[in-house]
Ligand binder design. Structure first.
Ligand code: GMT
Length: 387
């Protein structure tokens, strides 16, 4: 198949997932075209079967807000025509599903067609899409997609709750992880070796308010009082200074390390003993899955889609949002009991592979593509002949 993929190419779980999917599809013999404003961060410079088409928004003094969504639609239209794409798979509804709809309408004007598949990732439904400025266009664009998927059952339910989407089918296809990459046996635990016998607690995110990074620091402060440990913060974003403030306030700056943005986190996770993800709401929590696959138990909140990923009491500890004390206690209990930690770690890696292994989930996407293409009636030109 010839597949166009559009996603946010900079840091973030939806872009990471879309890129890994594209790479896996190319390895399975498909031709994959990324159409976006920058090369996706997880995409190496060259891979057989993978192509990148940059969207140029252009600049014009009149445009205070250059219309990216229109430039994207035009590029999609162009790439579908010039490369004969079968489908456009867009990740994150806004504005990608809208641009894909425009591109498809433009194609239809000329007797062509393309199948549009939208994967909902999280805040496109739970936050941005529910903003008054975007609600109607999000609902419209979802409903106009040929197929819709959501990365968790929770997100599927939220989509119906927030948008109604009468007559829509939303299939759950979970995020996935490549167990060949996320495997602690594969890497030398360099980070741990530097920490002088202390346990390594880790957080990876884009440091947005939804991640509650102050809670990350508070949970760690509780753990650190009982178990000699360090907190490694990976990523960057608007709330980083909040985390630094909290660390200063609690007097634990020396035990914290901010590594900034790092593309390849699997070698770091191989050094971690505990992963903290106390977000307000995660539709899935891809970073938690990557931690679990690396044999790192997760401490987080029992909201959103995280309980679909982390098994409370078996592969991690889930408590109420904001209950930093309970999350710290859960972490301490695990770090103090080596046999228990080992049991959680082993099951985490196994469960992640069994339920969210890349190969099986990529097959689910392939199956969806085949069904979506099979369901399309061939276009009929005005004279009755196929277009
Ligand atoms: O929705 C977002 O906040 C952005 C998105 C991203 O690009 O990072 O994150 C969402 O998609 C990920 C991949 O499917 C999920 O693992 C994250 O849980 C989800 N984020 C939220 O729901 C906050």
């Amino acid at each position: 198949m010839k597949i166009g993929i559009t996603c946010y190419p900079t840091y973030g779980g939806s872009g990471a997932m879309a890129t890994e999917l594209g790479i896996a599809l190319a390895q399975r013999g498909h031709e994959v075209h990324f159409i976006t404003y920058a090369q996706p961060f997880r995409l190496p410079s060259f891979l057989p079967g993978v192509f990148f088409h940059e969207v140029d928004v252009g600049r014009y003094p009149l445009f205070e807000y250059p219309p990216y969504d229109l430039a994207l639609a035009v590029r999609m239209h162009e790439v579908v025509r010039s490369h004969g794409l079968d489908l456009l798979h867009v990740h994150y509804a806004i504005p990608h599903a809208t641009s894909a709809w425009i591109a498809r309408e433009m194609l239809r004007e000329n007797g062509h067609d393309v199948t549009v598949i939208t994967t909902l990732h999280g805040t496109d439904i739970t936050i941005v899409g529910q903003d008054r400025s975007f609600h109607a266009i999000t609902k419209f664009s979802i409903e106009k997609s040929d197929r819709i998927t959501a990365v968790s059952q929770y997100l599927r339910d939220e989509t119906f709750f927030a948008f109604g989407c009468a007559g829509c089918e939303v299939e759950v296809i979970h995020n996935f992880v490549d167990p060949r990459v996320y495997n602690r046996m594969r890497y030398t635990p360099l980070l741990r070796d530097q920490m002088a016998g202390k346990r390594v607690v880790m957080h990876i995110s884009n440091f947005r308010p939804v991640k509650r990074v102050r809670d990350v620091v508070r949970i760690f402060a509780g753990i650190e009082q009982e178990v000699p440990s360090v907190l490694v913060m990976v990523g960057d974003g608007p709330e980083r200074s909040e985390a630094e403030d909290e660390a200063r306030l609690l007097g634990i700056t020396d035990q914290m390390h901010f590594l900034g943005k790092i593309d390849s986190v699997a070698p770091l996770l191989a050094s971690a003993d505990l992963f903290l993800l106390p977000s307000e709401k995660e539709s899935f929590g891809l970073s938690a899955l990557e931690a679990l696959a690396s044999g790192v138990p997760v401490v987080g909140c029992r909201t959103g889609g995280l309980p679909e990923v982390v098994r409370d009491g078996e592969t991690g500890v889930l408590r109420d949002v904001g209950d930093v004390e309970a999350m710290a206690q859960g972490g301490i209990a695990l770090l103090r009991d080596e046999a228990r930690w080992q049991a959680f770690s082993t099951l985490a890696a196994r469960d992640a592979r069994e339920r969210f292994g890349q190969d099986a989930i990529v097959l689910q996407y392939e199956d969806l593509y085949a069904r979506a293409l099979g369901a399309k009636a061939p276009l009929v030109a005005p004279g009755g002949a196929p277009a």
